[in-house]
Design a protein around this ligand. Structure first.
Ligand code: UN1
Length: 497
């Protein structure tokens, strides 16, 4: 594909009617342009929804295991193109190659899981209360799915949504983030190459206001799946809710790791560094708070700062680099703003807190791994999602206080506890108000076949991944078959049985 990328609507690669385009540049090297993309609007959304609605007629009737065969082929092509996808993703998103390979692998895992799920898609049968009558239920697709995805997992998150949607028999209108449209385009190319019929998956590039909102508000789009910020999620929920649409939201996090005084500190150190600075802290599941037991506080902070200072920041295409740039200037600005807020609110800056110096960093949006200690519970630094390489350390006196601090945010996505005390570990599993809890592991590392999602303002109760996402992408049809040959009245004739 040339550098002038296109939309994919009704099986055709097309430009937008506006004739305008937006740029996609490498956040580690602004002189590296990945390509230009069509600035689409309501017109392309309308065309994509019409195509998806048309294709739905036959896709819903395609046997689920046949839909699964397409997804298996998609997985196979992704395996063959894994390295190429990882390199492209590092160029447009900035995270290091090891991580973009992982992101692609998560997509592959999701493809094979979805393919196998098409041979299950289980539902329930139950006995009837009347004789000669059978009660069954099965899954139906919902219709046209509007899929709106973020830039931090340019392959994995679109696949989390698109593959189960397709497995269940829905058709798709897909709007990827404007910072990572190239990886999304490759995904759609692969779906087409696997032979998925025209109109089943449609790709529309553009902004949230010109493309995202028209998808959310289109009368022929039946469900919306969105991953992004809580503020946009609330807006989507309000718009789609007014039309009684089904909506799945994966939103913010302020994930904490508790490190108790009996923890294996070396193990915890590796986990905190990986959780906080992997993906430059730009994961919904990133570790942004470390809740340290008073007894090991000073020792652990020492260990942490020593290692964090040594992390190699740079262009992720270089295999020796450990942390890439922030996604764009705006995001680095947010990080800088929070560093100022932290200083003003009395937290102590012990690592980073500035851009790296040197000409090799001049062309990218780099920022150093940053650590604050003496961060007060309920301060802004401790409460608000930053989405960057900024870690807050909070000192606590005991287990109960640690759990209270961890839970005291509006979010509830991921969490972790490092301890060797099995009773404490199980109490944490029970009492932490998060959708995901790790024991002796970092807050990141969710696997494709397990439910993923959070409590409180992290979402609206749905889960992605695993078996649970198939609930979201299907309607239940309940069927009663009466083979008694006479009228039998439920609840009324039961007495006479
Ligand atoms: C996200 O942070 O938006 O568990 C998704 C993880 C990854 C997925 C993260 N497998 O960190």
């Amino acid at each position: 594909m040339s550098n002038a990328y296109k939309n994919f609507i009704a099986g055709q690669w097309q430009d937008a009617a506006s004739g305008e385009r937006f740029d996609n540049i490498n956040p580690a090297d602004h002189s590296d342009q990945i390509g230009t993309f069509p600035k689409s609007d309501q017109r392309e959304v309308d065309a994509a929804v019409t195509a998806a609605r048309q294709a739905y007629k036959s896709w819903r009737l395609t046997p689920a295991p046949v839909r699964g065969d397409f997804l298996k082929k998609v997985g196979d092509i992704m395996v063959a193109r894994k390295e190429e996808i990882a390199k492209l993703m590092t160029r447009e998103m900035g995270k290091v190659l090891k991580e973009t390979r992982g992101d692609t692998q998560e997509g592959i895992d999701t493809a094979y899981y979805a393919a196998s799920e098409t041979r299950r898609l289980f539902s329930h049968t139950a006995p009837s209360e009347l004789p000669n009558k059978m009660n069954i239920s099965f899954r139906m697709p919902v219709g046209v799915a509007g899929i709106i995805t973020p830039w931090n997992f340019p392959m994995a998150i679109p696949t989390w949504k698109i593959f189960p949607a397709l497995a269940c028999g829905n058709t798709v209108v897909f709007k990827p983030a404007s910072d990572t449209p190239a990886t999304a385009t490759v995904l759609v190319e692969i779906l087409a190459e696997a032979g998925i019929p025209a109109g089943v998956v449609n790709l529309v590039h553009g902004s949230g206001s010109k493309v995202g909102n028209p998808i959310v508000e289109h009368k022929d789009v039946n469900l919306i799946s969105f991953t992004g910020s809580s503020s946009i999620g609330k807006d989507i929920q309000a718009r789609a809710g007014a039309m009684l649409k089904r909506v799945s939201l994966e939103l913010g996090g302020k994930n904490g790791v508790i490190i108790m005084d009996d923890a294996d500190l070396e193990l915890a150190l590796d986990g905190v560094l990986w959780g906080a600075f992997g993906t430059t802290g730009q994961r919904c599941t990133a570790t942004s708070r470390v809740i340290l037991h008073d007894k090991i506080h000073d020792k652990f902070v020492d260990m942490l700062v020593k290692r964090a200072e040594k992390l190699k920041v740079g262009n992720g295409l270089d295999e020796s680099i450990e942390m890439g740039p922030c996604i764009n200037e705006g995001q680095r600005g947010v990080v800088e703003e929070y560093v100022e807020i932290g200083k003003k609110q009395g937290a102590k800056l012990v690592c980073g807190g500035k851009r790296p110096e040197g000409s090799q960093y001049a062309k990218g949006t780099f920022y150093l791994p940053t650590i604050f200690t003496e961060v007060k519970p309920m301060s802004r630094l401790e409460q608000e999602e930053i989405f960057g390489p900024v870690l807050s350390v909070i000192r606590v006196r005991n287990f109960d206080e640690a759990i209270t601090v961890l839970n005291d945010t509006v979010y509830g996505l991921s969490s972790s506890i490092y301890t060797r005390n099995v009773n404490q570990a199980f109490k944490a599993i029970r009492d932490i108000e998060c959708g995901i809890t790790y024991v002796n592991g970092p807050t990141i590392g969710a696997e494709a076949h397990m439910p993923f999602g959070g409590m409180k303002e992290t979402g609206n109760g749905h889960r992605e991944g695993g078996w649970q996402v198939y609930e979201f992408y299907s309607e239940t049809k309940t069927v009663y078959v009466d083979f008694s040959g006479k009228l039998q009245k439920a609840q009324i004739d039961t007495e006479q049985v």
